[in-house]
Design a binder for this molecule. Structure first.
Ligand code: ZN
Length: 181
């Protein structure tokens, strides 16, 4: 079990586009394991490698008791959208109604370098979009209406954890873990 520190908003790694994976080795499998352990410990419904300080295109999810991972994802999004509360493990105690596509088909690789395809709707679709955004340096607050984004930024500035040099914030237990990504 290797639980890593989750990087918080303000850490530049969260704003850096992550590099594609080109080597499917033991190190990559250890990264997937660490992501999975850290996600389960948080707990969260998803976690992307930049959130533990690794700028590679890898993420994990944990939705409806199913745990998975995806590498170098490419998403196809439905026109149909969903609304719902969304939060991020890198932005503790903050959640806002965020519009996302209702269905997603995600193509990429597993940790052995085999092509995989994941189809998801509802929370899984939301998680796949949220985590892929992380790989592009995009955070869910960027997807909010200007008004809600302003409110989010105000809440962030007032948060105890914001600007901490070495964040030691523990964000569990969540009352509702499902929305934390
Ligand atoms: Zn997140």
């Amino acid at each position: 079990m290797a639980v890593r520190t989750i990087r918080l908003f303000g850490d530049p790694v969260l704003r850096t586009p992550a590099a594609p994976v080109d080597t499917y080795d033991k190190e990559l499998r250890l990264l997937v394991r660490d992501l999975t352990d850290t996600m389960k410990d948080a707990p969260g419904a998803g976690l992307a490698a930049p959130q533990i300080g690794v700028s590679l295109r890898v993420f994990t999810w944990w939705v409806d008791d199913e745990i998975g991972h995806l590498i170098n994802p490419i998403l196809s999004l439905s026109e149909e959208t969903q609304e719902g509360d969304e939060g991020c493990l890198s932005l503790p105690d903050l959640s806002f109604d965020t519009v996302r596509s209702q269905q997603v088909v995600a193509r990429g690789m597993n940790m052995y370098g085999e092509p995989v395809e994941i189809e998801g709707s509802d929370l899984l679709a939301r998680a796949l979009q949220h985590e892929t955004d992380h790989l592009d340096g995009v955070l869910f607050i960027d997807r909010l209406t200007p008004e809600l984004r302003k409110e989010a930024m105000r809440t962030i500035r007032e948060s105890e954890w914001f600007g901490e040099a070495a964040p030691e914030v523990r964000i569990s237990p969540h009352t509702l873990s499902a929305k934390w990504l």
